[in-house]
Design a protein around this ligand. Structure first.
Ligand code: HEC
Length: 122
């Protein structure tokens, strides 16, 4: 019985950590993408730049709205350019990174959800 238990423990472990590993991969990739595509304006800490670029640390936007914003940009008081280069996976990784860094939540935003969101942008 003892041995049986020992056999099960690693299986349980690898299950939970596989998801964690994927989440970490998304987050690390997302951080790299953030540096390339976003940091110039919103800064490394997400605090933005004076009146030019808003802070994104406390954004109330839903993941769906974020996906559309990253892809299509926005003209409001300021101007955020569209970024047609971003693929669904990139967006999934960016949102996953933002969630972890500023939301304190380790949760993947799945690629399929991004694809759905992008089909429903207003
Ligand atoms: C050229 C500068 C620039 C770049 C590059 C840029 N943004 Fe923005 N971003 C802006 C501006 C300006 C706004 C405000 C747009 C408005 O509402 O007028 C904004 C708005 C936002 C918001 C909404 C904030 C809120 O809560 O209303 C988020 C989130 C955001 N950007 C994230 C990102 C991410 C992530 C990237 C990279 C994929 C990115 N931005 C790239 C300038 C930029």
């Amino acid at each position: 019985m003892k041995y049986l238990l020992l056999l099960f423990v690693p299986v349980l472990f690898s299950c939970s950590s596989k998801e964690e590993i994927t989440q970490q991969q998304y987050s690390v990739e997302g951080m790299a993408l953030y540096k390339t595509h976003c940091e110039n304006c919103h800064q490394a800490d997400g605090a933005g730049l004076r009146d030019l670029y808003p802070s994104i640390q406390q954004t109330k936007l839903s993941p769906e709205a974020l996906a559309c914003l990253f892809k299509n940009g926005k003209k409001g008081n300021g101007f955020m350019p569209a970024n047609a280069k971003l693929q669904a996976l990139d967006i999934a990784e960016l949102v996953t990174y933002m969630r972890e860094k500023w939301g304190g939540k380790k949760q993947i935003y799945p690629v399929d959800s991004v694809k759905m969101a992008l089909q429903n942008c207003r």
